[in-house]
Design a protein around this ligand. Structure first.
Ligand code: ADP
Length: 488
């Protein structure tokens, strides 16, 4: 099959969170299975250009209809980890992707509406007729709408669309001018069965458009698929998902073990496998050395996360003092686009400056993340909701035991050491239910107690986690089946 991904992110060149990892990992798996995959992205000024190989302008005469005008774009091509990527660069129109960041401006909806139209225009003009267009999150929700109502009539009748929901908290609510700008008549879409938001009668909902107009809709874990259909985690799209449940399902994300593998990882101090797990402790030493932590007999509890309310920032804050008071070292790597949250963590960092057991790194640092996964004993993920979560999957591959809240993809992949409905050899971490300090302590205290009092059992949990196969192998097969199903 020929598959085109239209996406706002792809690791490692343009990554904000797990969406980027998913596009990279799934695309590589599909390519390994013999499919032809191409990826279309915006040309951001803040991309990791050092990770693109053979970068060159490939198309310089793309005129994208927008706003009753045509805007001139160049398209660049390059390989990202062996994947064919096209980057669309608009000229002169509001500097759409030259903002020094990926998201967070007031005109984000307009920026990605433009990108959606530009991606299809590029496919039309360069004669790309894929079997499948796979698009992601609200940023590309207009792609199936535009395909159906404009580009099909221009000869693009072949592609079927698979649309993946990575996080329903962000749905792309916008006014009718955005719909008009991309070339659609808003009056055709101001309707509950189309793009009208389910709660805000004056807003159009781009993610809803993606759901309604795609041939198949997936989300990133079976539990989250259930939660967004039946609970407030659906942020108002529950009804829409009910109406379209015949073409909707959850596929658990995988991890790209070419990138996240302690046996081959170039960013860690000492490579190790399940058979040489004692070498993990050389990474613990290296992590302590790098972050100036004391060398002592304590477990390292780590957090690697966007610092967002979704991720339970208030519990992360509590966990720092709880872990330090209960015989642990604490390492945090995280950052937030919200200055208030960042400031908060900077203050905690200053107040703990002299503490030899704590280091907070308030930044985004891909390379350091690898060493933290390899060198820590436990990873903490106290999310309010978590569509899939990649951090626990990566951590387990590196023999780091997850302590997580019982929600979404965390509940699908972490099985409690004491309470899971699973045989002992399949238990791999600790879960808690209540989104409060007591809930967090109920799991973290058990993990710390096990580390100190029953090290052999703790080691068993580490090995159980490492044995799980959370590669893209299974999800790659599932997505191939979905693509085949919608082609028929
Ligand atoms: P989300 O997509 O909601 O952010 P996921 O768990 O699905 O959460 O994916 C998070 C990804 O981002 C992981 O690959 C994780 O290692 C990475 N990550 C998060 N914060 C940072 C950071 N500050 N520095 C480096 N990598 C980070």
């Amino acid at each position: 099959m020929f598959i085109v991904m239209i996406t706002p992110e792809c690791a490692p060149v343009a990554k904000v969170g797990g969406l980027a990892d998913v596009v990279q990992g799934l695309s590589r798996e599909l390519q390994m299975r013999g499919h032809a995959v191409e990826i279309i992205l915006p040309f951001y000024d803040c991309m990791r250009f050092d990770r693109i190989w053979g970068f060159q302008k490939t198309y310089s005469d793309l005129w994208v209809p927008f706003h009753d005008q045509h805007f001139h774009c160049d398209v660049y091509f390059g390989f990202v980890d062996g994947l064919k990527c096209f980057f669309i660069k608009p000229h002169s129109y509001n500097n759409l992707f030259n903002r020094g960041k990926f998201y967070g401006d007031n005109d984000d909806r307009e920026r990605f509406a433009f990108f959606s139209r530009a991606a299809l225009e590029f496919m039309l003009k360069s004669n790309k007729h894929p079997d499948i267009i796979h698009c992601h999150d609200w940023q590309t929700g207009l792609v199936p709408v535009l395909l159906c109502d404009i580009y099909k009539n221009m000869g693009m009748s072949h592609p079927r669309v698979c649309y993946t929901l990575h996080n329903l908290k962000h749905q792309g609510l916008c006014g009718e001018h955005i719909i008009r700008q991309v070339g659609l008549d808003p009056s055709n879409y101001r309707n509950h069965h189309r793009l009208l938001d389910n709660h805000n009668q004056s807003a159009f909902n781009l993610m809803k458009g993606g759901i309604v107009y795609s041939n198949f809709v997936t989300t990133v874990s079976p539990k989250y698929a259930w939660e967004i259909k039946y609970s407030e985690v659906g942020y108002g799209l529950q009804d829409t998902l009910h109406v379209h449940e015949g073409k909707f399902g959850g596929v658990l994300n995988g991890v790209d073990y070419n990138v996240w593998n302690p046996e081959t990882d170039p960013h860690i101090a000492c490579r190790f496998s399940i058979d040489t797990i004692d070498d993990k402790y050389k990474n613990k030493e290296a992590l302590r050395h790098r972050l100036l932590l004391e060398d002592n007999f304590k477990p390292i509890v780590a957090v690697v996360s966007r610092l967002d309310h979704q991720k339970g920032v208030h519990l992360i804050r509590h966990a720092i003092s709880y872990a330090l008071a209960n015989g642990c070292q604490f390492v945090l790597l995280g950052s937030s686009p919200d200055p208030a949250i960042n400031n908060d963590f900077w203050q905690i960092k200053h107040s703990l400056n002299d503490n030899p057991d704590c280091h907070l790194e308030i930044s985004y640092n891909e390379e350091l993340a690898h060493l933290i996964y390899a060198g820590s004993d436990m990873i903490l993920i106290p999310s309010a909701f978590e569509p899939c979560g990649l951090t626990q999957l990566i951590a387990m591959k590196y023999g780091t035991v997850p302590v997580v809240r019982n929600t979404g993809g965390l509940a699908c992949t972490v099985f409690d050491a004491d309470y899971a409905n699973k045989p002992y050899h399949e238990r791999n971490g600790y879960l808690f239910n209540d989104l409060n300090n007591e809930g967090l302590e109920s799991a973290l205290s058990r993990a710390i107690g096990m580390w100190y009092n029953y090290p052999e059992h703790f080691r068993g949990l580490m090995l159980n986690g490492m044995r799980y196969d959370y590669s893209w192998n299974h999800p790659g097969r599932d997505y191939t089946k979905i693509y085949e199903y919608i082609r028929e």
